[in-house]
Design a protein around this ligand. Structure first.
Ligand SMILES: *Cc1c(COP(=O)(O)O)cnc(C)c1O
Length: 443
């Protein structure tokens, strides 16, 4: 917990001299395959601000990719994780268990949708959670096929690369990929050929038809979907799509997995984004926002499904690390105490009207969408729906130069996404939007 002033400040060229020096050391010692959005090196981060080593202060519209929902140095996270660090850093839950892991599982059972009996298993990363959800679903159903969706993103390990839809940069040159993975259409309203109003019904019918005709529903172990597709471009499946797919899974004994790694933990103004249409998943994967920046992930779901994997079949050396569990308990405490669902809704109230007004002024803004603090604009070429990744990159660069950290995303690289920490102050939010608007005006 730092005392970082909550104001934007640019005092050097971006990147500044100290960042440039670190960048040259980094280039010499860090693998080129690991990229960074900005070549500035962080020194401190708190609330809505990331400060770099040159003293520049950036308004944080990224939260380290939807991770620091409670801020990057939240009091309860720092307090609980520090206390745990002093007690012990690791014993391995598979050797001698500890209470924090059990407490996190109890919290997950309480917070995730549905009032059925639930159990959890904890891991380190989002990809690892998704892989384990597949293992569990296969053990439970004794089937092999896994269905995923166009524009879906599920991680960078071998199985999750196979589950991920976009080739560059995630998959190019890294195959062969895991078998028994099938991809079907999703209801991307803005780009649905017959219009957004038809997308829910038509896309779900197409997806179900493909599953029946090409795979056979009786061979499908799991259907995995992000209730708001993150890396695909903050696509909210058109209304009706998720309930239809959920129903199809129930009717056919298929495990329905909601990948809420990006959309979960108050991000969309609800504990989990699937609550928006009243969806109760069989399994839910969480990570990112769960532990205030410490590496932790989970699979949570129906007790009878979770218990299908044999004893010793799930785990990992660090899975559910005690310091990460303490961080998660601190993050959840903060979400409850500060009512971060309400904060996310307030962020939407501030951002959406501003972005919609910008859309009227700047015709390259084709779509404004998202919920809570998971908001995006999709950029197109004037008067068309043709993706405009060039303008997207220029807008992001202009924001960075003025001290606003924005991220881009999307299958076509043409989406600017906003994922501020939910504890960001309203003045910072407005200041960041002013910078964005000026960037569009200057383009
Ligand atoms: C980030 C992400 C993952 C992968 O999480 P890692 O911790 O990077 O492995 C999986 N699914 C979704 C929806 C994500 O946003």
């Amino acid at each position: 917990m730092s005392t970082l002033p909550q104001e934007r400040r640019v005092v050097t060229a971006i990147p500044g001299p100290k960042s440039q020096e670190l960048q040259s050391r980094r280039t010499a010692s860090v693998a080129a395959g690991v990229g960074s959005v900005m070549p500035v090196f962080a020194a401190r981060a708190d609330g809505g601000i990331v400060e770099d080593v040159d003293g520049n202060r950036f308004i944080d519209f990224g939260s380290g990719i939807a991770v620091t929902t409670v801020g990057a140095s939240a009091e309860a996270v720092v307090r609980r994780a520090s206390a745990q660090l002093a007690d012990f850093t690791h014993t391995c839950f598979m050797v001698t268990p500890y209470e924090g892991y059990v407490e996190v599982a109890e919290q997950l059972a309480e917070l995730t949708p549905g009032d059925h009996a639930k159990k959890s298993a904890l891991f380190n990363s989002g990809a690892e959670a998704v892989e384990n959800a597949v293992k569990i679903a296969r053990a439970y159903t004794k089937r092999t096929a896994v269905v995923v969706f166009d524009h879906g993103y599920h991680g960078r390990t071998n199985l999750t690369m196979a589950l991920t839809s976009k080739n560059m940069p995630y998959k190019q040159g890294f195959g062969p990929f895991a078998p028994e993975v099938y991809r079907v259409p999703v209801a991307y309203g803005y780009r649905w050929p017959t219009g957004a109003e038809n997308a829910g019904a038509e896309a779900s019918a197409q997806a179900i038809d493909q599953i029946n005709k090409q795979i056979g529903a009786e061979n499908v172990a799991a259907i995995i979907i992000e209730p708001v597709l993150g890396e695909g471009g903050f696509i909210e499946p058109a209304k009706g799509f998720l309930p239809a797919i959920r129903q199809f899974a129930s009717d056919n004994g298929i495990v329905f997995v909601a990948d809420e790694i990006q959309s979960g933990f108050c991000r969309t103004g609800q504990w989990f984004a699937c609550e928006d249409e009243g969806i109760v998943p069989d399994l839910i994967t969480t990570a990112k926002g769960i532990a205030g920046g410490l590496p932790l992930s989970a699979v949570t779901g129906r007790a009878e499904i979770m218990d299908a994997a044999h004893s010793g079949g799930l785990g990992g050396t660090y899975g559910g690390n005690p310091v990460a569990c303490a961080g998660a308990l601190g993050a959840i405490e903060t979400m409850r105490e500060l009512d971060l669902n309400a904060k996310a809704k307030r962020i939407e109230e501030v951002m959406k009207p501003r972005l919609t007004a910008m859309q009227e002024k700047f015709d390259i803004i084709g779509d404004v969408r998202g919920r809570g603090a998971m908001i995006a604009i999709e950029l197109v070429k004037s008067g068309t729906k043709e993706p405009n990744p060039e303008a997207t990159a220029q807008i992001a660069k202009a924001c960075h130069a003025e001290g606003v950290l924005v991220l881009t995303t999307g299958t076509y690289g043409n989406v600017v996404r906003f994922l501020p920490p939910l504890v960001i102050g309203e003045e910072l939010l407005t200041d960041g939007l002013d910078v964005l608007e000026a960037a569009f005006a200057a383009l």
